[in-house]
Design a protein around this ligand. Sequence first.
Ligand SMILES: *Cc1c(COP(=O)(O)O)cnc(C)c1O
Length: 415
Amino acid sequence: MSKLAINGGTPVRETMLNRSWPGAQLYDEKEARALYDVCMSKSPFRYYGINKPNMVNSFEHNFSQKIGVKNALAVTSGTAAVVVALKAAGIGPGDKVIVPACTFVATAGAVICAGAVPVFADVDDTLNIDPKKIGNVVDKYTKAVITVPLLGNPCQMDEIVKEAKKYNLIVIEDVAQSMGASLNGKCMGTWGDLGTFSLQMNKLITTGEGGIIVTDNDKMYERAVRYHDQGMFRTKEGFLTEDAENVLIGQNYRMSEFTGAAACVQLEKLDTIISNNKRIKKILKQELSGINGITFKRVIDEEGDVASALVTFLPTKEKAREFINAVRAENVFFASQYNGLPVYMIPQIFHKKTIDKNGFPFNQFDEEIVYTEDMCPVAMELMPRNAFIFISPDFTDKEIEDIITAVKKVAAEIL
Ligand SMILES: *Cc1c(COP(=O)(O)O)cnc(C)c1O
């Protein structure tokens, strides 16, 4: 094999291959036209205006149909979606919520924003929550579990729902990274009580910012609508329903018509993105399997994997670091998901640095909440060894070939 670029050799590619914004990369005149139409309607607000385009409403309708759920509510972000879902489920101060050891900081942050505290359940070799570990972290305060299918990879929702029933836990699915992923043909986000999604730029489809919540539970849907809109329950036609009994004090997490319009167009592109991702991931796995020292993250349902990324494990933390640096020098952008750390090791979470006084909401229990490095040993063992590459639905054959060549070249030298 030729000399590695990191040692002064010629890189496999001349320019860095790093594309992780699938939805935005596929923007074309359709999104532009949809935004233009909202502009010309002079009605950018979802609930009133002169010629209301009702794009947020359409997005909610189309999304709920697509993933197979009764109610959908669009909001301003994926984080807002988790906060509103928690509030819709009645979670707040004095409650604990189980969060997977491996997720984006937003999942744990949303729990704290809702006034509850996260406790962490370990993962298995899918890097998703291990259903068998849920029971370990349940106590009298625990009210809910949040599942997070990472980078397109579905969670074992059948077993998780069973475990949650045992302990009377509400199930919220934070599907921010895996829109369209499924287990046995049933979409992530529809197994639990509520599901949440993000439209931020790193996700499968995007409007820059945005989110959506789904639920089959009408009561939770109504609470979500109220909480996201100053306590009001506007019907789908946009009228305000007066209801002294069910009013509550809410926030504003409403989506604008501009976002709704772009979201409608992006949603139509989701299937193409997913099928291209799956095709590319299949090639990469085929070509890179059997390399000594590289294993793939386990996928429980290949059909239901939306293939946002190819995630690998190297033999050690040091090898993972070396591999990532060497492949990057070949101009193929591998990275370590979450810097190789479980989410609870992020300093603000580990040290419980909330913005509120007296350590709220961690001060709501008759015991101290303590996070320790070794509380999720599988996550602590696996995360430092991960190296992944985002899959882009528009990777060309040449680009796919470059990834394969770079990985093989580096593996031959360092593994
Ligand atoms: C991105 C992400 C979020 C937050 O979504 P935003 O739209 O950026 O607020 C929440 N949870 C997970 C797992 C994510 O990946």
